[in-house]
Every structure is written in C-alpha cells, then in structure tokens.
Design a protein around this ligand. Structure first.
Ligand code: PLP
Length: 463
C-alpha cells in the first residue's frame, strides 16, 4: 500500500487494499479484494453508517439483522463500560454472576409460558448446536435414546458450526465440509410464490407444508426423530412467512410423535417482527427457542437457547449434567448490555413501533412491483425480501450465470454505491433483503424504495 501524507491510500481510502492483508473476511471471495478493496465502515449513527471516506449509507439490514436500537446508542455503550469495570469476565460454569442471572429472568419472563430455562451462548450457531445436543440428551434421559435426528426446511440457514451446518439446507455452503453430522432431513419451506401445489389457497398450502413434516417423521421412524428446527419467518430463500394454520398443525404433529419443536429465532426475536419472540407473532409455543443477534442490538455478542420446563425436567434429576458450554457464554458485559437493550426497547416502545409501521413498510416496498424485474415482495414486521425475476408474468427465473452477473456483478455494488446497505442473496432465488433498525419509519422506507427503484430500473435496461 502507498499512503499519502494525509494517510489516504492511492485508491482514496485510509485503509485501501491493506484492509485484507491480514483480515480474513467471512463468506467472501478473498481473491477479489486486491483489485477492489472491501468497503470499510468506521461509524454509525441512528439508521446510518459511514465509510472511511465519510460517505453516508442507510443501514437497510441493521448490520446483519442485529442493530435493533440503531447505531451510536450511548446508553448501551455505557452499560458495557460499567459492567467491564465492575466484573469484566467470569464464567457461568458452576458459578453465576448478576448480569446473567438477571438476563435469564428477563428472557424467561418475556418468553411464552413454560419456556423458563436460559442456556447462554455467544451467538446463533452455538444456540442451534446447543438445542440439538439438548434434544439428543433429553431423549436419552427419558428412555428414547434412538431419537437423535433433526428435520429442517429447504434452503434454510441455521449456522456454520458442523452441527448447525448439517441442519442448514444450502448445499453450496456444505459441500466443502462434507461429510457433516449425519441424521438431518429436509421438508419443503413455505414459499407460496413458487409452490407447485395450493399456490392460490394459503390455508391448504400451510396444511400441506406442515403435513410434509409428519410424512418425513413417518419415513424416518418416529422413534428416531428428536427435533424439528423452523424459523418463524425463514430467512434464506427470502423471508418466507408461515401460511395461516401452519404452526398450529406443526405443534400438533410434534406433540403426536414426541418430537421437539425448536423455533430458531436468531433473526426473528427482539422486535424484528414486532414481538419479543417471533413465535409470539404467530401464536405458537415451541419446546426450545434459539436466539442471538438483536438481544444486545449488537453492542456485544451473546446468544441463548431457551428451553421449556418439560425439556429441562430430566436435567434437574440426581447428578445429571449437560456436558456442554462456552467460555464466553453469558459474558457479563454482553448480559449487561442485553439488559440495557431490553430496557431501551421497552422505554422506546420498539415492538409497538414495528407493529404500527410494518404495514407502511410493506406498502412502500410493494410500490416496486410496478418494475417488471420485481416478482414478489414478502416478509413480516421489519423483515422483507424482494424476489427478482426475468419475467413477472411467468415468474421465469434467472439462471446461475445471469444471477452471478445481476447480483454480484451489478446490483450489490450499485445499491451500495447509491447509498443503501442491504443484502442481495441467491442462496435460493435472487432476492434483495431489507431489515432496518427498528427505530426506522416512513422516511427511511421511502429512501430505501427510491434507491432500489433507481438501481432496479438501471438493471432492467442491462438484463
Ligand atoms: C436462523 C439462523 N440461525 C442461526 C444463525 C447463525 O447465527 P450466528 O451467525 O450468530 O452463529 C443465523 C445467522 O444468520 C440465522 O439466521
């Protein structure tokens, strides 16, 4: 790297190409950064982020579905500093500390009835891993040792650790690491836009989707299936909400076959859908919840698996131990920030704010349906996807080479250049995803729509 006297590199950035001399970026094509260094974000304020050249972008993804309360919230930074001064670190391995105790009370009080036991992790994948291990041990302890398998949905993402990756259904993310943990099976997701059956009848579609879970349990043998992992609104593939009646029927099936229902709410908890937990938006009670991201609005990392009294019961007997944990699980600083974040969300009524504004968010994004490249706008709360199609009338899809050119070659950089940080994703069909901080309202929705309209109009001319 060559730097000028002001510390600015040849390409105009204070960091330039050296950003990736030593830093290994996640899910990134590292070979591509020598010629084009990655954006370097140095600061955030409210719903805006700023790069190292001082340019402003609207944060249309809350970082990565994380920054619920917005950037630059002093009260959260202060909570971290105060806790670090008092007790920066202590494990929760056979000891406890006040922040973890208090946060466990708060989460149990906010969760649906019966979900009272909080196992802290440092993130979402670890929470998923924890839920699967707890499910396996639960059945060993209750006399059904063969129940170990997991069912999840097509295209769903549940994390990158080897257990969570096994539950994940994105083959391209798994290929390099096969063989993974055996014993996971897939059912269709709730993509009503592309379903071959019941596309015009959401209730019948919901029933059919749920019944596929029953079929899979029967095919595998009910005595071998431990758990079903489902997100309230599935992220990968592009924000698939549950059809009406879906979760009622899933709950019934899980009860019938003694299979644990795990609600993976790593994205959908903490107000993303306008409720503290995503399952509350759709009125179902799972046996376990996995959550992370928004718990601290990202001011410090933490995750959790919240278990029902039923799941916990055998772990309370005699000398039984769950031989599982993480050095940084329930970290005091993160737990203290989690408490401050829950206070802030309550004080500012962020759940209510999302419920009051989600309709406006949807209607604003639906304006884009007048562009022939926009096939579908779907989601819930502040969690939306816009699916891109070659032909709106026939729903014709882009092929792999076209997706590569459209998303990576054009849309991602063009949207960012135009001042909007969001996600374009082709783990399923190509989608643009939006999940802004929960503090956002109509002004930010309009800005997103205008930027997307302009860039998608350019895309129409090119593709
Ligand atoms: C539904 C779901 N589960 C699990 C994870 C993994 O979480 P983490 O990246 O914190 O390990 C994610 C991450 O996006 C997710 O969306």
């Amino acid at each position: 790297m060559t730097t000028t006297e002001q510390g600015i590199t040849d390409d105009g950035s204070p960091f330039g190409a050296d950003a990736t001399d030593n830093l290994w970026l996640h899910f990134s094509r590292m070979g591509s950064y020598r010629s084009a260094p990655p954006p370097v974000i140095v600061r955030g304020e409210g719903a805006n982020i700023y790069d190292d050249k001082g340019k402003r972008y609207l944060d249309g993804l809350a970082g990565l579905f994380v920054v619920q309360a917005g950037h630059g919230r002093r009260v959260l930074a202060q909570a971290a500093a105060e806790q670090a001064e008092k007790l920066a670190y202590f494990p929760i391995w056979s000891y406890a500390h006040p922040a973890a105790i208090e946060l466990s009370h708060r989460l149990a009080a906010a969760a649906p009835p019966g979900l009272n036991r909080v196992f802290f992790t440092t993130g979402g994948g670890e929470a998923v891993e924890t839920a699967w291990k707890a499910a396996k041990q639960y059945f060993k302890l209750t006399g059904k040792p063969m129940k170990t398998k997991v069912i999840s949905r097509a295209v769903a993402y549940h994390g990158t650790t080897q257990g969570a990756l096994s539950i994940t259904s994105v083959p391209a993310m798994k290929a390099a690491f096969e063989p993974l943990v055996p014993g996971t099976f897939r059912v269709p997701n709730t993509n009503i836009y592309r379903t071959p059956v019941f596309g015009d009848d959401p209730k019948a579609f919901g029933r059919w989707c749920a019944d596929q879970i029953e079929q899979q349990i029967i095919f595998e043998g009910p005595d071998t299936v431990a758990a079903v992992f489902l997100e309230p609104v599935q992220n990968a593939g592009g924000c698939f909400p549950p059809p009406p009646g879906y979760f009622d029927r899933v709950r019934e099936i899980c009860d019938q076959y003694d299979v644990l229902l795990v609600s993976d709410e790593v994205i959908c908890a903490f107000g993303r859908l306008g409720t503290t937990f995503g399952c509350q938006k759709f009125g179902y009670v799972p046996d376990m919840i996995t959550c992370a991201k928004g718990m601290t609005s990202g001011y410090s990392p933490i995750g959790a698996m919240i278990a029902s009294d039923k799941v916990m019961e055998p772990f309370l007997q005699g000398t039984t131990t769950f031989p599982h944990g993480y050095t940084f699980g329930g970290h005091p600083v993160s737990a203290a920030v989690g408490l401050a974040n829950l206070d802030l969300m309550e004080e500012e009524g962020l759940n209510q704010h999302v419920l009051e504004n989600e309709g406006t968010f949807r209607r604003t994004l639906e304006k884009l349906l007048d562009l022939p490249i926009v096939g579908d706008v779907r989601g819930d709360g502040y969690f939306y996807a816009i699916e891109l199609v070659k032909d709106q009338a026939t729903k014709e899809q882009f092929d792999a080479a076209e997706r590569e050119r459209l998303l990576r070659g054009f849309l991602s950089p063009a949207i960012f250049e135009a001042g909007l940080y969001c996600r374009s994703d082709d783990r399923g069909d190509p989608v643009i995803q939006l999940a802004p901080p929960l503090t956002c309202g109509p002004a930010e929705f309009d800005e997103m729509e205008q930027i997307l309209r302009s860039v998608l109009t350019d895309a129409l001319a090119k593709f």
